[in-house]
Design a protein around this ligand. Structure first.
Ligand code: F6R
Length: 252
């Protein structure tokens, strides 16, 4: 596991976008795993800029988002479908049928989970997965306690996640209580992972991800067992790490 500390959120966002762009340059038909939430917004802004400057071609890329709320239609302003359209998809040349987000309105959610998981595997699984992290250590919506062997599944949001995401919905009451998420097993099959974290409220989760025991109580700690993970964090999120010149390599 490698940890790289950016001086601020803008630098973090640039580095994240550069990692995605490098992946696409190296393999133009890459399969990307994508995250939503506040943290990757700067990365999507940078990717959009690179595309507008003619430096990024997504014509052959496929994308799979990590998660979606249950019950929100694609055009709901807080659905992850809508987030991806507004912040990324509609600004770049990614063909619509190559961009995938789980369907939280599916009549049979178990079938939808299976369909989504099979699509990822049929695409050859994920080349580069972009992750954020919850203050409680969740990745995707794999909340503390989720078994590491889970593939795409339906889950209940942790009260801490409902509280954190209320900022997007206006109030806690409006936040859906359930979601579909890729499982930890799905995420761990990715060939390369970058995890982005910004701000002091992520500092404890980052410290426990890097140095703590591997435990389902801190889902991101499983990343210690993945062969190719880079944590891109800003100084605030790195506050509890002992670092040597802004970089850290941990042999797990
Ligand atoms: C979103 C996702 C979540 C977020 C996490 C952090 O697709 O999978 O794990 O990455 O909740 O969210 P922000 O970036 O809003 O702090």
């Amino acid at each position: 596991m490698q940890v790289i500390v950016a001086k601020d959120y803008d630098e973090l966002s640039r580095w994240a976008a550069e990692a995605v762009a490098a992946q696409i340059l190296e393999k133009p038909d890459s399969v990307l795993g994508l995250a939503t939430g506040g943290t990757p917004l700067g990365m999507y802004r940078e990717l959009k800029r690179m595309h507008q400057e003619g430096k990024l071609d997504l014509a052959r890329v496929k994308t799979f988002n990590l998660d979606e709320y249950i019950g929100l239609p694609a055009d709901h302003p807080e659905s992850y479908h809508h987030y991806m359209q507004e912040n990324f998809f509609r600004h770049v040349n990614l063909p619509a049928d190559q961009a995938h987000v789980p369907d939280g309105t599916a009549g049979d959610l178990a079938v939808e989970c299976q369909r989504y998981e099979e699509m990822i595997q049929a695409a050859g699984s994920i080349d580069l997965q972009v992750l954020g992290i919850g203050a409680n250590g969740h990745i995707g919506f794999n909340e503390p306690g989720t078994e590491f062997g889970a593939v795409t599944h339906v889950l209940s949001l942790d009260p801490r996640t409902v509280k954190a995401n209320a900022r997007f919905f206006g109030s806690e009451d409006q936040v859906p209580r359930q979601a579909i998420s890729m499982g930890i097993k799905t995420i761990m099959k990715s060939r390369k992972i970058i995890l982005l974290a910004s701000g002091t409220d992520k500092a404890e989760a980052i410290m426990r991800t890097v140095t703590g025991p591997v435990t389902v109580d801190m889902p991101a700690s499983i990343l210690q067992l993945h062969p190719n993970v880079t944590l891109l964090v800003d100084k605030a999120a790195a506050a509890f790490l002992k670092l040597d010149g802004g970089q850290m390599s941990v042999n797990c």
